[in-house]
Design a protein around this ligand. Structure first.
Ligand code: PEP
Ligand code: MN
Length: 338
């Protein structure tokens, strides 16, 4: 249920309305926008008579939100959600670049790579320590050691760190070491992970499953939001279609839908979508032109020997060229790459 407050509502009236909602068993989320203040009341109470709230002083209107996602929706909160990571604001006019290798493989690899990412001006380093692989015989990641190497790079360069959680057995370790917790495409239905991430206030980046509808995707985010963590980023990384020449199909139509109907920042991952480095720069330009809030780009000092996603990770030079190429595109649409 959404409760729209009058422009001249007083603090005392807001407190009183909140108290009524809580007494009726709702969990209340307040959203103060420039134009209006809205209270979102979350709770399963289908028979509730909304007139009980409509008559309270300070209330303009009350309506039910029938969408299966509430806190993520623009009905609930019209303004973009802005999430601060270090000193950058995701969801503002900055496009945040999250660059790094698919997997953290060794100290030498991450050390060389961190230098290149830092020189490019990026403030976020991304690398997987717990890798969700399709085959049990593939490299599964360095685990805790990988997280410790990433933490070392944070100390050295002042990065914020993004790293993924593969299953709920190590979610606390990732929460402890990373600034942004990535939930991978194959894990986004894992309620153990979603609920653990809801209990922290660290930012959570949820990747869309490759067979997941937009609604299911936003509902996964809603588990984290409604569980108490409002810092959620949505990441489109390609869906599976009939096409086999590219690894996946980046759903830019879906991105337009997410921007229209949800208030959450949207991050795009051209690397996993295309799956081959030849076209990553062009695809990234298209993403930037669309005005997304962030980018996830895989880069490796020597992709030919990478232990995962070797075909799509950029060489250092390609990454530097990509950075140069996307800056003017960002400026053309009134954004800035950070
Ligand atoms: C990754 O980001 O390296 C990864 C495994 O991605 P996804 O979950 O989108 O497949
Ligand atoms: Mn990868």
């Amino acid at each position: 249920m959404v409760v729209i407050l009058k422009n001249n509502v007083t603090e005392a009236q807001i407190e009183d309305i909140k108290k009524h909602l809580e007494d009726y068993g709702f969990q209340v989320h307040e959203s103060r926008g420039e134009a209006k203040t809205i209270l979102g009341a979350i709770g399963v109470n289908p028979g509730f008579d909304i007139r009980k709230i409509k008559i309270l002083d300070g209330v303009t209107d009350v309506y039910r939100v029938t969408a299966p996602y509430k806190m993520a929706s623009r009905n609930f909160k019209e303004e973009n959600t802005i999430i601060k990571i270090g000193d950058v604001e995701i969801g503002s006019n900055e496009i945040i670049l999250m660059a790094g290798p698919c997997s953290v493989e060794s100290e030498d690899q991450i050390f060389r790579l961190a230098k290149v990412v830092a020189e490019s001006g990026s403030k976020v380093l991304r690398g997987g320590a717990f890798k969700p692989r399709t085959s049990p015989y593939s490299f599964q990641g360095l685990g805790l050691e990988g997280l410790q190497l990433l933490s070392k790079m944070r100390d050295e360069h002042g990065f914020s760190i993004v790293s993924e959680v593969r299953d709920s057995t190590h979610v606390d370790e990732v929460i402890e070491h990373a600034d942004v917790i990535q939930i991978g495409a194959k894990s986004m239905y894992d309620h153990g992970i979603l609920k653990a991430c809801a209990k922290t206030n660290k930012t959570v980046l949820i990747k869309r499953g490759f067979g997941t509808t937009l609604q299911e995707f936003v509902q996964a985010a809603e588990f984290v939001l409604s569980g108490g963590n409002e810092n959620v980023l949505l990441c489109e990384r390609g869906i599976r279609t009939f096409e086999t020449k590219t690894r996946f199909t980046l759903d830019l139509c879906g991105v337009a839908w997410l921007k229209e109907y949800t208030n959450l920042p949207v991050i795009l991952d051209p690397s996993h979508a295309l799956g081959y480095r030849y076209g990553i720069a062009d695809l990234t330009k298209a993403c930037v032109a669309m005005g997304v809030d962030g980018l996830l780009i895989e880069v490796h000092p020597n992709p030919a020997v990478a232990k995962s996603d070797a075909a799509q990770q950029l060489y250092h030079d390609q990454f530097r060229d990509l950075m140069k190429a996307i800056k003017p595109v960002a400026e053309a649409v009134g954004r800035r790459i950070v």
